[in-house]
Design a protein around this ligand. Sequence first.
Ligand code: COA
Length: 334
Amino acid sequence: MIKSNYIKSLLATAKKDVKTIVLPEGEDKRVLEAAHIVATEGAAKIIILGNVAEIKAYFAEKGWALDGIELIKPEESPNLPAYTELLYELRKEKGLSHEDAEKLALNYNYFGTLMIKSGHADGMVSGANHSTADTVRPALQIIKSAKKGRSASSFFIMLSNNVPYIFTDCGIIINPTDKELADIALDAAETALHFGIEPKVAMLSFSTKGSGKGDEVEKVKRATQMAQEALQSDEYKNLGIEIDGELQADAALDTVVAAKKAPNSTVAGHARVLVFPNLEAGNICYKMLQRLGGCEAYGPILQGLNAPVNDLSRGCFAEDIVGAVAITCLQATK
Ligand SMILES: CC(C)(COP(=O)(O)OP(=O)(O)OC[C@H]1O[C@@H](n2cnc3c(N)ncnc32)[C@H](O)[C@@H]1OP(=O)(O)O)[C@@H](O)C(=O)NCCC(=O)NCCS
């Protein structure tokens, strides 16, 4: 049973345009339970990669139907040769040999990613048993960034008293440059719009409008300026996005503090998208809020890719996987 009302609402939205999501970790019972829940809800078609006989036996033991679920053992898939060729063609200029492509296509994260690239799935959720790097690397290599010259990054949907916020980048880019930080802010603003969250974006720092000094502050100031300039372009100008910085977290979120520290800002006090200056700050902050602050955290969700591939925490529960699948479905409706 799904406890989170937010996840329930995402599943209801996903049902309106059913997508196909591949789950490469069929050996994990949490993944199988999540697949069962999503398929029973009719929120997505699910493809599970793994040992077909073992998965069937587990579903039978639980009394779960396999309706809406396809099981594939990559080693026996008739598509394996085509996926291998595709991988080889895409990566040969990067030095991948045919022999290595044959081995790599059998890695389930690569196999799942190649399914998306071939149009056989709309998105993938993995990472219950893999590191972030192993989960997202195939996507970065094969699916690639949607916008030329722009890095993919990641976000979390954080629920505080059922109010959703976007936190970014807490998962991918370790130490973003000013340009990367500006791009993260712009991508996160679009993500917010896609998920019905007001695109008021705060560029976070330990300084508010010049109260602190240092290279770190200067980087956030430059990134803010770059992002604000981008908002004037045809691509962004009519989307209602507002970006401001540099802001401390209290000035970004609290109207009383905002009135004192950044009285002229329309974002301060009302921010719903929080852009962290680096991965350390973002990752530590989201985990603290999740463990000590009573927030629900969903992510890391990749943004800026040509198709959605999303990571799970290895400590995740089946419900977290359901949430990640629902979010992936919504991203695939872009
Ligand atoms: C995401 C990450 C795994 C990529 O690392 P990597 O695989 O070693 O990256 P590489 O530099 O070898 O690049 C591999 C490919 O991905 C591409 N790539 C790397 N980062 C990218 C990004 N942010 N956006 C788009 N493409 C990216 C590279 O261009 C390269 O492509 P190519 O082989 O076609 O030239 C790395 O940034 C990382 O480890 N981030 C932190 C993850 C983490 O620990 N998070 C905390 C837990 S949530």
